[in-house]
Design a protein around this ligand. Structure first.
Ligand code: AP5
Length: 232
């Protein structure tokens, strides 16, 4: 998006508080798109995966509970993730709205979020479903490299850094996620189909879901999301 006015998220209420939910299979581009939309709309990107990975790196109680579950590609218990999200969206930077990347991921989490938004008199929800051909997902995930310092996401095939293995922004050495092994990816895809994909139909039936073609170049996907937010 150029220098035009910032689009407001739709369904804005008097409180002006909204949630943009990013859905899509592992590797669909939720993190990539959330980072860019956060930059353009000036609202925080809340990735439950990033918060959990940070907790694992720091060796906190949450991190210790989550580590082996994440490495196997299973879902971390609902109570733990819900408490994490509740704390995060209570922070002041979320007052104008926020992007949830990777949450909700189960029916329990979706109902919890409904209750939270209602109790806090938050505005409406828009859910974006990034659709990508199944065949591309494995290559995207095994080719992903991430900056441990600033979180920028690269791909050795489609979006390599200027210097191999080094973040363009801060010079840190890029890392590969522990759950981007083929075995863990298969489990993540299975959990996605079993627990998360049904939520897409839930938000569709509520009239809050918008589909986006995630097979396009990342910039084109961002433009499509911004366009649909303006149109909603
Ligand atoms: P999480 O971190 O949320 O992982 P995920 O959902 O599996 O999604 P990914 O981060 O792998 O993919 P993405 O869609 O963000 O793709 P990205 O933009 O990076 O969760 C990890 C784990 O944490 C879970 O398995 C679970 O254990 C736990 N967890 C997290 N939330 C939880 C919850 N709510 N409840 C319970 N447990 C939870 O892109 C992928 C690659 O593709 C990159 O290399 C990128 O450069 C490239 N790419 C992106 N877009 C394009 C494009 N348009 N064209 C070409 N390449 C592209």
């Amino acid at each position: 998006m150029g220098a035009g006015p910032l689009p407001e998220l739709p369904h804005k209420t008097a409180g002006g508080l909204q949630a943009l939910l990013m859905f899509g299979a592992p590797g669909a581009g939720k993190g990539t798109q959330s980072q860019e939309i956060s930059r353009q709309l000036h609202i925080p990107h809340i990735s439950t995966g990033d918060i959990l990975r940070d907790a694992v790196r720091k060796g906190t109680e949450i991190g210790r509970r989550a580590q082996s579950i994440m490495e196997a590609g299973e879902l971390v218990p609902d109570d733990l993730v819900c408490a994490m999200v509740e704390r995060r969206i209570a922070e002041p930077d979320c007052q104008r709205g926020f992007i949830l990347d990777g949450f909700p991921r189960s029916v329990h989490q979706a109902l919890f979020l409904d209750g939270l938004l209602r109790a806090q008199r938050r505005g409406g929800v828009v859910a974006v479903n990034i659709r990508v051909d199944q065949g591309s997902l494995l290559k995207r995930l095994t080719g992903r490299r991430t900056c441990p310092k600033c979180g920028t996401i690269y791909n050795i095939y489609s979006n390599p850094p200027q210097k191999a293995g080094i973040c363009d922004r801060d010079g840190a050495s890029l890392i590969q996620r522990d759950d981007d092994t083929e075995a863990a990816v298969q489990t993540r895809l299975r959990e996605y189909r079993r627990q998360t994909r049904p939520l897409i139909e839930r938000y569709r039936s509520l009239g809050a879901l918008r589909d986006v073609d995630g097979n396009l170049e990342p910039q084109a996907v961002t433009a499509a999301i911004i366009h649909l937010l303006k149109a909603s």
